[in-house]
Design a protein around this ligand. Structure first.
Ligand code: NAP
Length: 505
């Protein structure tokens, strides 16, 4: 593979990135100085002017070629994602499939969604009103390490097809994945200057990005999201904030047990639980709780931990020492407060420095940290509930509201529970992939899980500003002889009543 870092501007300093599987150095990344962030933004803005003038169909064609390049070079992408994140290969493949899905979707819908739309005028026939969308210009992307392809390239796709340039600060831990995805986009026909990648400490390079752009898409933790939102607010630019979660799963007494257990395993342990949509709380109906718990424990015992660049392991490593420390703290704290470890609960340094067993906790008391705080690791707690009402109340009793999952053989019962849950996505008889993969539907959180919506037409239009162009014909708005004063008032009153009657008809 060519040196991916050759595309980076260098301040002379480097950031050391270690492979989670072994703890060994993977790369010394050149970092970007703040003034170089400004240079990158200026270069991107020049490229954006020409890009915005191209036909949407031509931009969509780049996405379709990018789709093919990603699928043709899957193994290379999987190697890089695994080397940087330490996740299992199957979980890395979810990211590749996701990018192909997102490219295809936006290539299909962009032209129609971005074309001018007729709107009702103030007076029928007299006012012709059209809404047009313009790209905001330069979109800032600040993305985390846990799903580096999905949450980096995945958000660049709608921004680029809408006619924008992108100034991207990926997490230093996972910059190579971004650089490879960008290389594939350039091979597919994207002008290189349009997607600028800057590297460095989030507390320095992140604010420098926010200061340069016309809109920012931030994915990461809630505390950092607040800082980004405040800074964007001071500049009066839009901020899409995709933040943390403490996602709940509800298992009703009529759920298919085998499927619910398989869903819980996938939901709680994909990418070793370092997934924003990850299930960290399971509420099980009392009559089926014993069966669910014993099946879940048995299924977790079967999971294979491993550090291989192949499909032989089910679960990979945590991303680094900070994640391992947090997971350990949450488990030790829960146990000290009286929780029971049903399975797992130990670090596995003999496999790799940051491996931790998939862990199921029972009897977690409300004052334990993992009862309400996001763990962001392979730890899930099981709680028994008397009925659907208690399950909904417990699931909603959280500062977060990102994702939820409901398991029942009655679709109407599950849908009724879903509509009572305060979560941006609810998956019925699935953990997270059904809603995430439905890229035609908006996706995002409520409460402290964020403010933005990616995916769908909403995710495309968020990178644009709308302009209303209204043309008045035949008769002007306002007083005009002989309709002046009282006559004008009477004429308008009659017109407004007629409009209401027309709407009723
Ligand atoms: P993080 O610490 O908030 O970092 C996210 C990104 O922000 C990184 O690129 C980081 O750079 C950068 N950053 C740090 N300080 C900054 C600042 N002051 N201004 C601007 N940018 C700054 O989050 P994380 O720990 O990497 O990611 C895990 C969190 O992300 C979890 O809470 C998870 O739930 C959430 N997440 C949410 C979603 C979603 O769609 N809702 C998806 C995935 C993850 P450096 O790390 O290089 O310093």
């Amino acid at each position: 593979m060519a040196d991916l870092t050759a595309a980076l501007r260098s301040s002379g300093d480097t950031a050391e990135v270690r492979m989670p599987f072994t703890g060994q150095v993977l790369v010394h990344l050149p970092t970007t100085a703040v003034e170089q962030v400004t240079e990158a933004a200026a270069e991107a803005r020049i490229a954006q002017r020409a890009w915005a003038a191209t036909d949407v169909a031509d931009r969509a064609a780049v996405l379709l070629r990018w789709h093919d390049a990603v699928l043709d070079r899957t193994d290379e992408l999987l190697d890089v994602i695994q080397a940087e994140t330490g996740k299992a290969r199957a979980h890395a493949f979810e990211e590749v499939a996701d990018i192909a899905n997102t490219c295809r979707y936006y290539a299909r819908v962009a032209a129609k969604a971005l074309s001018p739309q007729r709107r009702s005028g103030v007076f029928p026939l007299l006012t012709r009103t059209v809404q047009q969308q313009h790209p905001v210009g330069l979109v800032g992307l600040i993305s985390p390490w846990n799903y580096p392809l999905t949450l980096g390239a995945g958000d660049a796709i709608p921004a680029l097809v809408a006619g924008n340039a992108v100034l991207h600060k990926p997490d230093s831990q996972t910059t190579l994945t971004t650089l490879l995805a960008r290389d594939l986009a350039i091979e597919a026909g994207l002008p290189p200057a349009l997607w600028q990648v800057v590297v460095g400490d989030g507390g320095v390079v992140g604010p420098a990005v926010v200061d340069q752009v016309d809109q920012v898409i931030f994915t990461g933790s809630t505390p950092t999201g607040r800082l980004v939102g405040e800074r964007a607010g001071r500049r009066l630019i839009g901020a899409e904030l995709e933040l943390g979660g403490k996602n709940a799963m509800i298992v009703c007494d009529d759920a298919r047990m085998r499927a619910a257990v398989a869903g819980a395993v996938r939901g709680a342990f994909s990418s070793a639980g370092q997934l924003c949509l990850s299930i960290e709380r399971i509420y099980v109906a009392e009559p089926v709780a014993d069966e669910f718990c014993s099946r879940l424990v048995a299924a977790v015992h079967e999971l294979r931990l491993g550090a291989g660049f192949d499909y032989r392991s089910d679960i990979g490593s945590l991303a680094g020492p900070a994640q391992l420390a947090k997971v350990r703290e949450h488990v030790e704290d829960a146990v000290a407060q009286g929780a029971t470890v049903l399975v797992g609960g130990r670090a596995r340094p003999e496999i790799g420095p940051y491996f931790f067993e998939p862990t199921v906790l029972g009897a977690v008391p409300p004052h334990a940290r993992c009862f309400s705080e996001e763990t962001f690791g392979p730890v899930v707690s099981v709680y028994r509930v008397a009925d659907d009402d208690e399950a909904v109340t417990a699931a909603n009793d959280s500062a977060y509201g990102l994702n939820a999952s409901v398991w029942s053989t009655s679709r109407s019962r599950a849908r009724s529970i879903a509509s009572r849950l305060k979560a941006g996505t609810v998956n019925i008889n699935e953990a997270y992939a059904a809603a995430w993969g439905s890229v035609d539907a908006p996706m995002g959180g409520v409460k402290e899980s964020g403010t933005g919506r990616r995916h769908g037409v909403a995710g495309l239009l968020s990178g644009t500003w709308s302009q209303t162009v209204a043309t008045q014909r035949l008769w002007p708005i306002g007083e005009r002889s002989p309709l002046r004063g009282r006559r004008f008032q009477r004429g308008m009153t009659t017109a407004l009543r007629a409009l209401k009657a027309l709407h009723r008809a």
